[in-house]
Each structure stands twice: as structure tokens, then as C-alpha cells.
Ligand binder design. Structure first.
Ligand code: ZN
Length: 1086
């Protein structure tokens, strides 16, 4: 046995590079250790293939006609699938050896053996070029490395040790998808996919694998990592380096009998323990799979299978390895398409190795979904996890999303979750977030324990460098001594590898490095929980200072999202009322659940945000169409059930799905396809019979709308030039309903907006509102995602031409004016400015034909209001953001998100801007600005091109926005009264199911309880919307037997039923509190 020689010379760099060459996959592989990783090899016995544009199930695919194939063959194009049948015979001489199938091809592969998927094969494609990243590119290396040699998964273990009696002939199938890990971008990663891409198989052979060589390689790489990472002023670094050097001295790659001595040297080194105060890293296997992004939804189904079979293999081989997996939807897909794999996941979940996390249906966007939609993410997610894996998740898991609503802590807490993990805030462009472990306090004061893995990645690989970074970067040193380390390639990269696991196991406790435990999220959070007394608190939203274009990109997806949230709200309410009143009515629970799941799916963080490819957007549109058509069918069915048995004059039911009485102008369908306007009053969450046409109604006490246009006088003929020119006849239009008076200039801009009672002007002096502005919109890299601060420097007002403004509806119940505006040579818009009788806001119905590249369209309203803060609606509430750019935290929020309204108020007066489908907004100084359309070209080159329709509205008000009713106004704009056809005669009397005594409390949702024995239990969700402590009464006209509070997962409050007094319930709210109620209905006489 060779003795370990002492290093002759102690030159740090030559020694280091000597070791590097010994393990190099590039240099000296003829004589180094890496070159001995594989021994003998032989080609597979027979290879044949079958190409298809479809994603076929295994059973169907293997029945097809396979043609002979060879290594070097091309297949494709993009999004097709090539199935390979691989017949192999292991040479008899290999008995006693570990044998692998080595497979290399472009595209993502999945190996099938005996009809079950057994391992994912990593695509072998060149890394795409990523340039001009707004951040240091190392943030992207985990992803990128999935595409390089380091992350390759090109080996399938056929046998750990071939035994004499083992069968040596075998048939496998390899299903290769014609797309890379990150889709098929043409030229750059986020470019639109190249539809013509071709793929190639470059290796298909059997080989003997030398496990002892592999183990030494892992050790040497870790030693090198420590030598480099700890650096030349650290003594442990030298110990690592000289140990590695000694290993090279004693180890002869050609003589395996020298390996044990080398291994002993490594074991001695790694066995030297660290001190008691060492930081503990909780290494959790993970694979972030985007539910759709640069590839379609259906490919994600296969990405899940490829990644999770690989994780299963690792769990089998490493009982201490734990894999955290989020997104119920993905598990549901696997359950449907790969039932065998699903059963195995359940098995490993029982053992505690497969840990479902997140609690949500998908990893949704954290900004745009409504409050109710966010609740449903958890309700659908947690119920799924409970049903399939026997327990709910205890942490919310959202590593990758573009901001986090201030209402999330309350929603999490009420869904049984106290812990939160994310990473994305490390992408902040301007300010670096001051914590990695902290208490996050939401809008209502709810707190959760939040943790960001300090290595700023959710795709680690177990290198020493990453381990050291995790300790060094931790912003809460001294307050807590534990942190998360999520390892594994994302997006179908196959998740963790055996090499990663082996590295991390080696580092369990070695001097010079933190302790590394293969751990679970639960263990991490319990450890952090113990230190929580030391932690700092962050109050309010977690705003991502990047990707602010995602509030606006893909306007049609956003519009459909808002519309589908409305339809499901209305359908659930009406179905609940029908259930309460009709013994024959069956609540469509399964259908509503499926429609909700479809909506939740499209709230994934690369879909509703508009950062997906065209293929995904088209699929999303089909999903929305499904929700709308089925939702409308459900509405009609519920309306029919409500009408049954009640005679009335017309086959039409006017429905108000909001929890307050409304009097509004409604267009009623008349025979022959015509419409007529009518002023209708409908009670809170109820209905009224269809009224007679407006022309027959007295409007009192309301003042009718007056419309007046200053006449245009024709230009004087030339021969009469001496006559004085006409004055004050520019064609501007005034609309007045006695509440507000709107004056439009001849190009459609707002020159005045007056509250009639007080004479108060809302438009800033000398300024005009409804001013369209165009910006250049060229981000640094993330085209669909980012709008940069400097776009504000390119502001260009769009100037119209006088003379296009005309009166539309001439007054009475409604007055309107309309105009055309050429935005650019290619894009134009038309707008109808509408004022209804009794309505406190003026609406702007807008149609745009948009054909631009890298432009951003907004509309501005300079207000005669001064305030350092503006208010924006968020989920179940609102929050303030600054209107100035004092600090970096202020100016980094130059573009923000809001839901249905925003408001700028000073004491006693304010101006609110409402919208029916927009999310991007800003208020700078006194200018309210709504973001309308963008024109990015990657990853979808066609995004937002074409026709758009949207409505915004302007509401000046006295007093606070709360007292002035801005919130109900924004609801009304988004939830129009419904005129539903009734099969027979409609009811003759108006009826209200629920009302609330305080304007501060909104009854948001009425639905059937998820689990209720006879189905006769409803869930009501209410929230405090003003930001106040308030008591209120809930009035009910349904036959309620029992009322009890419940959490967002509809679990009864142990405190028991609430006292019911004359069909009234008293409820007490704190600011922005969300409360849910279970109402058990009395049985109906049949
Ligand atoms: Zn993602």
C-alpha cells in the first residue's frame, strides 16, 4: 500500500489546479480519475423509434409502428414527441458490476420500464444566451446549470450489481419531448419558441459504472470547494487542499486497490467536527416546476412525471432524503396520467420523505388574484393534500412570484398555516430586503413566520460555495441559527441528483462549514420558531421591485380573469339562494369546484401575469371561455329555480349580486334583439321584477342627465374674412346629472369635473384629465415582465384632433359623448364617456386597436388634491403607497398594482379612479395614472396586439373615500346588475336574501359549504373594508337554523353557534378582518 507523501512544495495555486485537473471532465481524461468513471461499454442491441405530434399515453404509444433508428438520427420539430424502443443485452462478462444505460439526446426524456416511468433524462442542450440581466447573473445559474454538463442526467442505473441469475436482456422505452428544459426559445431563452427546431439522439449505450471512482470524485470536489471557498487566509482551506493533494498522490486511477487509502484520507478530514455554535443548514430536495411558462400546460404534466420519478428513485436509495413538493394541480395531473407514480408518492408521503408543501392549488401570482380567489387557492389545495396525503400543509410555499399581498398573512393563518417560504424578493432591483427570517405582519395584524433561503436560490446543487453563501448572506445572523437550502434542478430539470445528496451527506458536520442536515420544511420552521423571540417584524406588503410590467402585460388574460372571478361569484351566490328556496334545486358543487380549479390554474405566476408563450395564452383563453359559458349556464339554471312558481309579467329577473341596494340604469333586452334603458332598483343580494322601459318611468327625485354641446360654427368663407371669428364654439361637451358635471374638450379630454352640490373642481388647475400618454417601454432583459423606471422619461401625451367629439346618448337616464383618437400611425382608440342618472361617477368605455412594439399606453388624471399618500385596493382591503420619490423604497414603487380602485384624497375631498379589468397603476404627485396596454415581444411576440375593450371610471367625492362610497361604486362597476331570462313568469315582488347594517362590512361570498351532510349549509364570507373596528348586523331572509363562525377552510369555530335574533346576527370586526360563517339552513318541505 502506498504511503501518503508529504507535499513537496506548498504552492497554493499549483496544488489547487493539480487537484482540479485530476477531476476534470475536460482535461487529461486519458489518465485522470474522471476518465475512469465509466469502464467497458457496448451499444444497445436494437433501437427503433416512433414520432408523433401528440402526447400519447404509454399504452397507446408502445402499440405504434416503430421504425429502426440509429444514434445520430434527427427528430422533431418542436413540441412533437419521439418514442424510442431500446432493446439491450448486458454482456455476461459484466457480472458483479454496476451497469448503466447511457442515453444522450436533445429534449427531455423519460425512461419507461415494465409500463411504469422510472427516470427522467435531462436534456442535453447548449445553454441559451442570457445577457443584459438586470441582476447579477449568478441568480440564474441554478437554472442554467440544469442545461450544462454539471446538471446532466444521462445515466440510468440498470443494476447496482449484475448477478449471475439476473436476466440480461431487457426492453425499455424512452419518451423524448421535443423541447428543452426551458422550452424552445429561438436565439435566447425568453424569445418566442422556434417551431422548426430539430432534435438529435447522440448516445445510446450500456456501460460499467465505477462507484468507487464516483465517491472519490465527490470527496475531491468538496475538498476543492472548501479550499477555494474558505480562501487563503483560512487554515481549514489549507487542510482541505493538502488532503486533496495527498489523495491525488496515493490514488492511481488505473489501480482501484489504491482507492481505499484515498477514501480513508477523505473520511478522516470530513469526520473532524465543527463547534456547538455552528449554523445549521436544512437541505430540502425540491424541484420548482412552472405550471406553464415557456411550454404549454400539457408539457408540464410530463415534466412532473420526469422529475418526480427521479425523486422517487432518490428516496428509495437514500432513506434520509426529503423532497418537498408544492402545487396540488400538478399532483392531480400525475394522479390522472400516472396513477402508479401517484401511489408511490403517497407511499413516500407516509414515510415522511415526500412532503407536500404550499397548501395551494398552484403557486399563484401574489398580487393579481382577488381575495376570494386567494382563499380558494388554499381551500382547493389544502383539501386536496388532506384527501390524497392524509394531512394539510403547514407552510405556504411560494418561492417564485412577483410580489406578495399584505393580506396573505391573514389568509394563511385562517387556512391553518403559520409559516411562509419564498425567495423572489432577492431579485429586488433597488433595495435589498433586510431579512431572511422575520415575522411578516399583514394588513389586519396577523403574523406569520417568514423565511427566505439566504443563498437566494431555490435550485441549489449542494456545492460548498452555496453552503458558504447561505451562511454569509444571512441577514439575521445572531437572531437565528438555522436556514433553508433548497436543492434540485427546477422546471423539469429532474430535481435533486444523487450527487447533490452525496455532497450534502458528506457535509453533515465538518469543521469549517455549517452543519448540513437533510431536513424537512417542518423541522426547519420548528427550529426557527424557537428563535422567534429574537426576530424583527416587517409590516405590510412584500413588494417586488422588479417585474412591474406583469400588472399590465396581456390585457385579455387579465380581463378574462376579472370576468371569471365575477361569474363564479355570481353563480355561487345565485345557486346558494336557489338551494335555500327550492327543494328541487341541486347545488352544482362539482361543476363549480372544477370551474374554480380552472380559474385558479390560470392564476399561476406565469399565466395571469402575461409572462408566458403564445401557446399558453391560447390555452388560457379556452379555459376562460369554458368558465364563462358554463358559469352563465349555471346562472340561468339558478335564476330559473328562483322564479319557479312565482307568477309575474315578464320572463326576466333583475338580479343584484352585491350586498347593498342599488338603483342603476340597465339595458334590458327587448323582443327582436333590441335593448332599452331602464332605471331599476334591486335590493341587496336579491332580485326585482323587470321594470317598464325608462321612457315610461318618472325619474324623480333624481335629476335627469343633461347633455350640451357647444355648437361648432362653420369657418367663415374667404371673402368674408373681415368678419370677426366666432368665439366659444369649439364643440366641447358638458354632461351633468345633478351630482357631477363633466366637461370634455373637443378632443375628448376632461377639462373639468365638478361636484355639483359643492361646486368643488376635481381636475388640477390648468391641467386636463383623460389624457392618454405613450411611453417607450424597453426593459433590460425580461421583456414581458419589466417596465423600468426610465420609461417615465419618455412620456409623450397623445394629442387628438378637434372636431371628433360628438354627442352619443342625448340625456334622460343616460347621457354620453364619444370621440376617436389616433394614438400613432398604427393604433387608434374610440371612447364613449357615459354619465347615468343618479350615478356618482363618469364611465369611460374604451376600445383600442393596438399595434405597437415596446410602447406603454396609460391614461392620466391630474387631480386638484394634495396628499403624500395614495390608496389602492388590494385583496379584502386597501393600503397606502407614497405619491413621492423621497427614498429608494419610494421611487422603486414607480409602478404598482391595485385591484378595482385607487384614490387620492386630502382632508374632506378626493378623486377615485375605478376600473373593470386593469391592475397596473401609479400616483405621482397629484396625477393618478392607470396603465392600459403594453407591447412586449418576448416570450410571446403577438401579445396584446389587436382589439381591446375596457372601462374605467372617475369619481370625485366629498369626505373620505370610505364615507363617499368609493368601494361600493367600484364593486358596481365590476358586478353589473344581471337581467336573467326566466323560463316562465318572473316574480312580481322584490326580494333580498342578505344585507349588512354597516357600510364598512362587505359580504363578499355566499356559497355552499364544501362538506355539508344534506348540502343545506352555506358559507358566508365577510370582510371589514374601511380599516375600522366595527359592529354590524347581518340580516337574513333565508330559513337559518344555526349560524357558527368558521375559518377559511370552513372548519367550525369551537366556540359554538352564534345567537340568532329575529333572523339577525351580530358580528364584530377589526380593521380588514375577514370572517366566515357557516349557516345551516332549515330543511325545506318537499
Ligand atoms: Zn416559477
Amino acid at each position: 500500500m502506498a504511503a501518503a507523501a508529504a507535499p513537496a512544495l506548498k504552492h497554493w495555486r499549483t496544488t489547487l489546479e493539480r487537484v482540479e485537473k485530476f477531476v476534470s471532465p475536460l482535461y487529461f481524461t486519458d489518465c485522470n480519475l474522471r476518465g475512469r468513471l465509466f469502464g467497458d461499454s457496448c451499444p444497445v442491441a436494437e433501437l427503433s423509434s416512433f414520432l408523433t405530434p401528440e402526447r400519447l399515453p404509454y399504452q397507446e404509444a408502445v402499440q405504434q409502428d416503430f421504425r429502426p433508428a440509429r444514434v445520430g438520427d434527427s427528430f422533431g420539430p418542436t413540441w412533437w414527441t419521439c418514442w424510442f424502443r431500446v432493446e439491450l443485452t448486458i454482456p455476461e462478462a459484466w457480472v458483479g458490476q454496476e451497469v448503466h444505460l447511457r442515453w444522450e439526446s436533445d429534449g427531455e426524456g423519460l425512461v419507461w420500464r415494465d409500463g411504469e416511468p422510472v427516470q427522467g433524462y435531462r436534456s442535453h442542450q447548449k445553454p441559451p444566451r442570457i445577457r443584459h440581466l438586470p441582476k447579477a447573473p449568478q441568480d440564474w445559474w441554478p437554472f442554467l446549470l440544469g442545461l450544462t454538463k454539471e446538471g446532466e442526467k444521462t445515466s440510468y442505473v440498470l443494476t447496482d450489481k449484475l448477478e449471475e441469475e439476473d436476466p440480461r436482456s431487457l426492453t425499455l422505452y424512452v419518451e423524448v419531448a421535443c423541447n428543452g428544459l426551458l422550452g424552445a426559445g429561438k436565439g435566447s431563452m425568453i424569445a418566442a419558441p422556434d417551431p422548426e427546431k430539430m432534435f438529435q439522439v447522440s448516445r445510446a449505450e450500456l456501460a460499467v459504472f465505477h462507484r468507487d471512482v464516483y465517491k472519490l470524485l465527490v470527496d475531491l470536489e468538496l475538498l476543492l470547494g472548501m479550499a477555494k471557498g474558505l480562501g487563503e487566509d483560512n487554515q481549514r482551506s489549507f487542510q482541505a487542499l493538502y488532503t486533496a493533494n495527498q489523495i491525488v498522490n496515493v490514488c492511481d486511477p488505473a489501480q482501484p486497490e489504491t482507492f481505499p487509502v484515498a477514501q480513508a484520507l477523505a473520511s478522516k478530514f470530513f469526520g473532524q467536527r465543527g463547534g456547538e455554535s455552528q449554523h445549521t443548514i436544512h437541505a430540502v430536495g425540491h424541484c420548482h416546476i412552472d405550471t406553464a411558462w415557456l411550454w404549454p400546460f400539457k408539457e408540464t404534466v410530463r415534466k412532473c412525471a420526469r422529475s418526480w420519478v427521479t425523486a422517487i428513485q432518490l428516496m428509495e436509495r437514500n432513506p434520509e432524503f426529503i423532497f418537498a413538493c408544492s402545487q396540488a394541480q400538478q399532483l392531480q395531473w400525475v394522479k390522472s396520467y400516472y396513477p402508479g407514480l401517484h401511489a408511490r408518492l403517497q407511499e413516500f408521503a407516509c414515510r415522511g420523505q415526500f412532503v407536500p408543501v404550499g397548501g395551494t392549488w398552484v403557486e399563484m401570482d401574489g398580487n393579481l388574484p382577488s381575495g376570494e380567489a386567494m382563499v380558494r387557492q388554499f381551500l382547493q389545495g389544502q383539501n386536496f393534500f388532506l384527501q390524497e396525503f392524509g394531512k394539510m400543509c403547514s407552510e405556504f410555499w411560494l418561492p417564485d412570484t412577483f410580489g406578495y399581498s399584505a393580506q396573505l398573512p391573514q389568509i394563511m393563518r385562517s387556512c391553518g398555516i403559520r409559516h411562509f417560504l419564498t425567495q423572489k424578493l432577492s431579485w429586488n432591483l433597488v433595495n435589498s430586503f433586510p431579512h431572511h427570517t422575520f415575522l411578516w405582519e399583514g394588513l389586519d395584524g396577523s403574523r406569520v413566520l417568514a423565511h427566505f433561503p439566504p443563498g437566494d436560490s431555490y435550485g441549489m446543487q449542494g456545492s460548498v460555495e452555496e453552503v458558504l453563501k447561505t451562511v454569509a448572506k444571512n441577514r439575521d445572523k445572531g437572531r437565528t441559527n438555522h436556514s433553508a437550502f433548497l436543492f434540485g434542478f427546477g422546471d423539469g430539470g429532474g430535481g435533486p441528483t444523487q450527487t447533490m445528496v452525496d455532497r450534502l451527506k458528506r457535509l453533515c458536520d465538518t469543521d469549517g462549514l455549517p452543519r448540513v442536515q437533510l431536513s424537512s420544511p417542518g423541522r426547519l420552521f420548528s427550529a426557527l420558531e424557537k428563535d422567534s423571540g429574537q426576530l424583527c417584524t416587517w409590516v405590510g406588503e412584500l413588494f417586488l421591485e422588479l417585474h412591474n410590467g406583469t400588472y399590465t402585460t396581456h390585457a385579455q388574460i387579465k380581463k378574462e380573469n376579472r370576468e371569471c372571478e365575477r361569474i363564479l361569484h355570481d353563480a355561487e351566490l345565485l345557486s346558494s339562494l336557489a338551494l335555500a328556496r327550492s327543494a328541487q334545486f341541486l347545488y352544482p358543487a362539482a361543476q363549480l369546484r372544477d370551474l374554480w380549479r380552472l380559474l385558479l390554474l390560470n392564476q399561476f405566476h406565469d399565466v395571469v401575469t402575461g409572462s408566458c408563450i403564445q401557446l399558453v395564452a391560447e390555452e388560457a383563453m379556452c379555459h376562460y371561455e369554458d368558465i364563462r359559458s358554463h358559469g352563465n349556464t349555471l346562472l340561468s339554471a339558478a335564476a330559473a329555480a328562483l322564479c319557479a312558481g312565482e307568477p309575474g309579467p315578464e320572463g326576466l329577473l333583475i338580479v343584484n349580486t352585491l350586498p347593498w341596494k342599488r338603483t342603476e340604469v340597465l339595458a334590458l333586452p327587448r323582443p327582436g334583439g333590441a335593448h332599452s334603458l331602464a332605471l331599476v332598483t334591486v335590493p341587496s343580494m336579491g332580485y326585482a321584477p323587470a321594470p317598464t322601459p325608462a321612457s315610461l318611468q318618472p325619474l324623480l327625485p333624481q335629476q335627469p342627465v343633461f347633455v350640451m354641446q357647444e355648437l361648432l360654427v362653420a369657418e367663415a368663407p374667404a371673402d368674408l374674412a373681415s368678419r370677426p371669428p366666432p368665439t366659444k364654439t369649439d364643440g366641447s361637451v358638458t354632461l351633468d346629472n345633478g351630482i357631477i358635471r363633466v366637461r370634455l374638450d373637443p378632443t375628448g379630454r376632461l377639462t373639468s369635473l365638478v361636484l355639483v352640490a359643492s361646486g368643488r373642481e376635481a381636475i388640477a388647475e390648468g391641467a386636463v384629465g383623460n389624457q392618454f400618454v405613450l411611453f417607450d417601454d424597453v426593459p433590460l432583459y425580461w421583456d414581458a415582465w419589466d417596465v423600468m423606471d426610465y420609461h417615465l422619461e419618455t412620456r409623450k401625451p397623445v394629442l387628438g384632433q378637434a372636431g371628433t367629439l360628438a354627442v352619443g346618448t342625448e340625456g334622460g337616464v343616460r347621457g354620453s359623448a364619444w370621440f376617436l383618437l389616433q394614438i400613432s400611425p398604427n393604433s387608434r382608440l374610440s371612447q364613449e364617456v357615459v354619465l347615468d342618472v343618479g350615478c356618482p361617477y363618469v364611465r369611460f368605455h374604451t376600445e383600442v386597436h393596438w399595434h405597437e412594439a415596446h410602447k406603454f399606453l396609460k391614461v392620466e388624471f391630474p387631480a386638484r388634491v394634495r396628499s403624500p399618500q395614495a390608496t389602492y385596493e388590494v385583496q379584502f382591503g386597501h393600503l397606502q403607497r407614497p405619491t413621492h420619490y423621497n427614498t429608494s423604497w419610494d421611487w422603486a414603487r414607480f409602478e404598482v398594482w391595485a385591484h378595482r380602485w385607487m384614490d387620492l384624497s386630502e382632508h374632506g375631498f378626493g378623486l377615485a379612479l375605478l376600473n373593470d379589468c386593469k391592475y397596473g397603476a401609479s400616483v405621482q404627485g397629484s396625477v393618478l395614472s392607470l396603465s392600459l396596454l403594453r407591447a412586449p415581444k418576448s416570450p410571446d411576440a403577438t401579445v396584446d396586439m389587436g382589439r381591446h375593450e375596457f372601462t374605467y371610471a372617475l369619481m370625485p367625492h366629498e369626505g373620505s373615500f370610505q364615507d363617499a362610497g368609493v368601494i361600493p361604486a367600484a364593486y358596481s362597476l365590476n358586478f353589473p346588475l344581471l337581467a336573467l331570462p326566466a323560463p316562465g313568469p318572473a316574480p312580481t315582488a322584490a326580494w333580498s336574501a342578505f344585507s349588512v347594517s354597516s357600510p364598512a362590512v362587505v359580504l363578499e361570498t355566499v356559497k355552499q359549504a364544501e362538506t355539508s351532510p344534506q348540502g343545506r349549509t352555506l358559507v358566508l364570507r365577510l370582510y371589514e373594508a374601511h380599516g375600522s373596528h366595527v359592529d354590524c348586523w347581518l340580516h337574513m331572509s333565508l330559513p337559518v337554523q344555526e349560524a357558527v363562525l368558521c375559518d377559511l377552510l370552513e372548519r367550525r369555530d369551537p366556540a359554538g353557534p352564534l345567537p340568532l335574533r329575529d333572523a339577525r346576527l351580530k358580528l364584530t370586526f377589526s380593521p380588514f378582518q375577514v370572517q366566515s360563517l357557516l349557516l345551516v339552513l332549515q330543511p325545506l318541505p318537499n
